[in-house]
Design a protein around this ligand. Structure first.
Ligand SMILES: [Zn+2]
Length: 294
């Protein structure tokens, strides 16, 4: 099938585990802005997000890869939605977490199994900004970060506290604006109505993770070793940024912008600026998605 490319039609991914209600903020003019995040955030050599260059040469060299989703990963599930002051974050009920995982094939994803932990979003105040990763120096309105940890660890926290550069796998999805609502967002937006203030939390039902990804059965992914994009910016993330866009309507995105942050201001522009790539390589894959029976 035809691969609709991101850099033609639009589109792309991000992460925010770590501190939930810390003093950090995204405004460069404030004392709590990105330059003040400290330690690894400022000194690290493998920081995220980064700009991803996409061109014919890169795509022609893309290796084929497979990505398996467990059966529960593609099911509609109960979830918990939280406004942590920095983002809106969805996590699954604890008893459903361990059976919702993805796994690479053909040497993809370091041949590890990655357990789903949480999903959160980064978005802007207008359509020209919002994503953390940029593509050929262009930003898009929103980026979703599907955060997973390697099954070699017992928890997300244990994985973050390791020094393993592949401890976490974060799938980044870029959302571009569409005229029609994306029905996959409905469970989140229904729960979002209960979450105006920082610290608010609510329960939701029928969240389907796979439906929030681009619809294609194959897409381009860009992998590199990077970091969490919030303090303490631990360099433990195998990033998988999807190069094909998924969709959200303008009115759906507005519902995210209407949420309030810890200072009772609109929660928006919660994206970190791109970081130096340094010596890192970004590997392009033409990835085939496979839903597992198990
Ligand atoms: Zn994020």
């Amino acid at each position: 099938m035809k691969l609709a490319l991101l850099f033609f039609c639009a589109a792309f991914l991000f992460i925010t585990p770590g501190k939930a209600n810390g003093p950090f903020c995204y405004d460069e003019d404030e004392d709590c802005g990105p330059k003040s995040w400290g330690d690894t955030c400022n000194k690290g050599r493998r920081q995220s997000p980064v700009n991803i260059e996409i061109n014919y040469d890169v795509l022609n060299k893309a290796n084929k890869a497979q990505l398996y989703y467990s059966r529960d990963y593609s099911r509609s599930q109960d979830f918990i939605l939280k406004n942590n002051g920095h983002t809106i974050q969805a996590s699954l009920r604890a008893d459903l977490t361990s059976t919702s995982y993805l796994q690479g094939g053909q040497d993809n994803l370091a041949n590890k199994r990655y357990v789903f932990s949480q999903l959160h979003f980064h978005w802007g105040s207008n359509k020209d900004q919002g994503t953390e990763h940029t593509f050929n120096d262009k930003s898009y309105p929103m980026e979703g970060h599907f955060v997973h940890y390697s099954s070699e660890f017992n928890s997300l926290t244990e994985a973050i506290n390791s020094t393993d550069p592949n401890a976490l796998a974060v799938v980044g999805v870029v959302y571009v604006l569409s005229d029609d609502d994306n029905t996959a967002f409905k469970p989140i937006l229904k729960a979002l109505k209960n979450l105006k203030k920082s610290g608010d939390q609510t329960n939701g039902a029928n969240l389907n993770l796979v439906k929030l990804l681009p619809k294609q059965e194959r897409f381009y992914t860009f992998q590199y070793n990077g970091s969490l994009t919030t303090p303490d910016c631990a360099e433990v993330v195998l990033w998988n940024v999807i190069g094909n866009g998924a969709r959200i309507s303008k009115s759906q995105l507005q519902q995210f912008r209407d949420v309030l942050d810890a200072h009772n201001k609109p929660l928006e522009n919660n994206f970190r600026p791109v970081q130096d790539l340094n010596e890192r390589e970004i590997r392009a894959y033409e990835t085939q998605v496979i839903l597992s029976k198990y």
